[in-house]
Ligand binder design. Structure first.
Ligand code: QAP
Ligand code: CO
Length: 170
């Protein structure tokens, strides 16, 4: 297994759209394992393949307290369930050091495939519902900063660009 480099906002590669997975092979399994290792090391609760510069429709998550419930979703599709919306302070491994409140549907139906291509269907609420919506957004090139004010987004962009310049000149 290996940890993978994570693209950071405002890297334009985070804006590309991921393509459906058609081959459930060893390469896909290795990517899932490496993504989980990368997520746990961060530490994070979710990571999309686009964030590690791989344009496949796959996300990994683990919102458990013990960090022992990895979830791998291939070709995920979400349907918002009617009812409340909920607010969470969201962060992102591609936007390190910044958290902002985002409102989303509180409950979603997740339809996806597992690493064997078998269909998977579950209803999510709480942090899992928020996190899976955040991760599936990445597959469409969307980031949580797209939901906040342009003033806040620009401030985050400038600060991260500055950090990247400092890192590059070190
Ligand atoms: C998405 O994000 C998420 O800024 C997953 O310095 C997060 O795992 C959805 C992280 C919160 C809903 C609520 C962020 C690690 C991890 C940072 C993450 C950082 C180090 C973010
Ligand atoms: Co993210």
């Amino acid at each position: 297994m290996a940890q993978l480099p994570i693209l950071e906002y405002p890297d334009p590669r985070l804006r590309r759209k991921a393509q459906p997975v058609t081959r459930f092979d060893a390469t896909l399994r290795r990517l899932a394992a490496d993504m989980l290792e990368t997520m746990y090391a961060a530490p994070g609760i979710g990571l999309a393949a686009v964030q590690v510069d791989n344009l496949v429709r796959m996300v990994v998550l683990d919102v458990s307290e013990e960090k022992n419930q990895p979830l791998v979703l291939v070709n995920p599709r979400l349907t918002a369930l009617p009812g409340e919306r909920s607010c969470y302070d969201e962060g992102c491994l591609s936007v390190p050091g910044f958290y902002e409140t985002v409102e989303r549907p509180a409950r979603v139906l997740i339809e996806a495939q597992d690493l064997d291509g078998q269909p998977l269907r579950l209803e999510a609420d709480g942090l899992l519902a928020t996190c899976v919506q955040h991760e599936v957004d990445h597959l469409e090139g969307k980031l949580f900063v797209d939901y906040i004010s342009s003033l806040k987004r620009e401030r985050i962009r400038k600060r991260l660009e500055k950090q990247h310049r400092v890192k590059d000149s070190a």
